[in-house]
Design a binder for this molecule. Sequence first.
Ligand SMILES: [Zn+2]
Length: 131
Amino acid sequence: MRELSVYYCRKCGYYAYYHLPKNAVCPRCRISMTLLNIRYQDFMNLDLEERDRLIACRIIESSPTLVHRICRPEELYNQRQLIGQLVEEVSRLSEENRELNHTVDWMHKTIWEQLHRTQELERALEQQKNA
Ligand SMILES: [Zn+2]
């Protein structure tokens, strides 16, 4: 029998033990989980807090650069810079959100117009049949 391995979900932090990588799918996020590079027995010897910390570190390591920057220890002493970066990120996301909403509005409008045209065509066909 193969030894169990520890896998974690990079999205929600859920972890579990599997024999086969193909079974390592997060039940919440439905994405394949990442292998944690630690022996099963060593992981079992950690307490819950140590396991949380280990997985949190892995998630941060593989995350986009902003999270990386924010979580770097030296940055924690520089709160002003951190706040500046966060404010910048929030405004970037708001802008992105605004653009996405605009696209959705535009799609709505296009779909309505299309629907309208289809109805007109149907009416025209109906009239021709009755003529
Ligand atoms: Zn998950």
